[in-house]
Design a protein around this ligand. Structure first.
Ligand code: SF4
Ligand code: SF4
Length: 190
């Protein structure tokens, strides 16, 4: 089922009109039922977590807390959490040779958790600038992006609460649990 979300999307759909047909009432009902079931599952699986409402405003107060360092100690920077996340989209451009005189520019998945992710070009012989060189700043950035910058820039959270990141993480770092810990810290600071 295709739904246009922008004027450009409407144009694409109108150009492809001959390939499309209207959804039936049964299909629309099936979509509604699937959405309701997904929403119910998410509410159930996230019921035990306590997300801070004013997290972004109070984030600086928690940045140095012990629980961040304990979570960080379990992160091996594998990038699994970002690769399975339906909301993560960072990519890397690579140029590669694909034939005698043929090259292609390819888009590969990247992860903000990788060493060197935010490294930038710099003068030869110097240390390349990297605004997030420290592992901790990369780790905390993932939370800040999803729960602070995304609402600010896009008006929506960068996390749908699916729990995939916690399931795939070799260190069992569950973003929802860490956020709940932030909430506890904020309550203790209040
Ligand atoms: S719980 Fe949130 S951050 Fe984790 S994989 Fe799902 S959408 Fe991504
Ligand atoms: S999956 Fe876990 S260990 Fe791997 S980068 Fe993400 S938080 Fe770190």
């Amino acid at each position: 089922m295709v739904v246009a979300g922008t004027e450009a999307g409407e144009r694409v759909l109108s150009e492809a009109a001959s390939l499309l047909r209207d959804a039936t009432a049964e299909q629309l009902e099936a979509r509604r039922a699937m959405r309701d079931a997904a929403r119910e599952r998410l509410e159930t699986q996230n019921a035990d977590y306590d997300f801070p409402e004013d997290w972004a405003a109070n984030l600086p107060e928690t940045l140095d807390e012990l629980f961040w360092r304990m979570e960080l100690a379990r992160c091996v920077q594998c990038g699994g959490c970002t690769n399975v996340c339906p909301q993560c989209y960072c990519f890397l451009l690579v140029d590669q040779r694909v034939g005698e005189d043929a090259y292609e520019r390819a888009r590969e998945w990247d992860s903000c958790q990788f060493t060197g992710y935010s490294e930038m070009a710099g003068p030869p012989g110097t240390v390349k600038p990297d605004p997030r060189r420290e592992h901790m700043s990369k780790f905390q950035h993932r939370f800040a992006h999803k729960f602070w910058y995304s609402p600010l820039m896009l008006g929506a959270l960068g996390c749908v609460g699916c729990g995939r990141c916690g399931d795939t993480c070799p260190g069992a770092i569950d973003l929802r649990r860490v956020l709940s810990n932030v909430n506890k810290e904020l309550a203790e600071h209040a």
